[in-house]
Write a new protein. Structure first.
Length: 98
């Protein structure tokens, strides 16, 4: 399997959860339209509406690198930073079990 898999976790600043959700929703629509994107699933934690979990899957490393070069990636990170604790998300890279 040659895909690129990751999840991102982040927490909205106090009172900014709905704004973060709107930013992530708009970003997800753009990422999902990228040719190399396989999956972009964004969630809020059921017990903590200010905490988020996003699962992303790309066809391969080249598709992920292409994603990083899109204008919407840079624009999202700039708009997103002031609304989340620590100014960004924590990324965790995944490998398939089989």
């Amino acid at each position: 399997m040659t895909g690129k898999f990751l999840y991102a976790q982040f927490r909205a600043e106090e009172g900014r959860g709905d704004e973060v959700a709107a930013l992530v929703r708009g970003y997800g629509e753009k990422v999902s339209a990228e040719p190399g994107n396989v999956r972009f699933d964004a969630h809020r934690l059921a017990h903590d509406r200010d905490s988020f979990f996003v699962y992303e899957e790309y066809a391969d490393e080249a598709a992920f690198q292409a994603h990083l070069q899109t204008p919407h990636c840079a624009a999202f990170n700039e708009a997103f930073a002031p609304f989340v604790v620590g100014g960004g998300s924590t990324l965790t890279w995944l490998e398939p079990v089989s």
